[in-house]
Design a protein around this ligand. Structure first.
Ligand code: FES
Length: 174
């Protein structure tokens, strides 16, 4: 402690330490230790906070993936010729989707919302692609993967199940 004594009133006759000394009770020589300790505490708490935030951010997509989707009849496979396509909505009426009967005979479905700026993609059977006319974006029919134009993310895939001739949408893979 310093020799600085109270000079504010006559009550203690200068026996108490000065008022400012109560607010800053650390000697100048010891100040480095306090600063280091506080820095370590700050870094430790900061790291915990960042780790917690990462955990929350990393967990949110998993929670979204775990979302339950309804099973919904989409149509009859016999009504879609090979190389043809049809539109439907899933999981809600506000989610347009496109189902393609590709040349290999497989049925694949995707969200119709382009991953660039949300225009509607359409099937282009000549190029065997899903095409976005807004900025000439192209996606593969087999995987919904972008391969030309500005889109960089694949189209969300609609999981399908076929029972007999009837096709059901049962989920969305983002
Ligand atoms: S919105 Fe589809 S390419 Fe831009």
């Amino acid at each position: 402690m310093s020799d600085e004594q109270c000079k504010e009133c006559k009550g203690c006759n200068g026996k108490k330490p000065a008022r400012w000394r109560e607010d800053f009770p650390v000697e100048w020589e010891n100040d480095n230790y306090i600063t280091r300790r506080e820095m370590v505490k700050f870094l430790g708490l900061g790291s915990l906070l960042i780790a917690g935030a990462n955990f929350v951010v990393a967990g949110v997509p998993h929670l979204a993936k775990a979302a339950q989707y309804p099973e919904q009849s989409v149509g009859l496979a016999s009504q879609i010729p090979v190389g043809g396509s049809m539109l439907f909505s899933y999981p809600t009426e506000q989610d347009p989707c496109i189902l393609v009967h590709d040349k290999a005979g497989d049925l694949v479905a995707y969200s119709q919302v382009c991953t660039h700026l949300s225009c509607a993609v359409i099937h282009n059977p000549k190029e065997n692609a899903l095409f976005c006319p807004c900025h000439n974006g192209y996606f593969t029919v087999e995987e919904g993967r972008p391969y030309a134009g500005p889109p960089t993310r694949p189209l969300p895939r609609i999981k399908l199940v076929q029972r007999g001739d009837e096709i059901f949408a049962v989920g969305v893979e983002v």
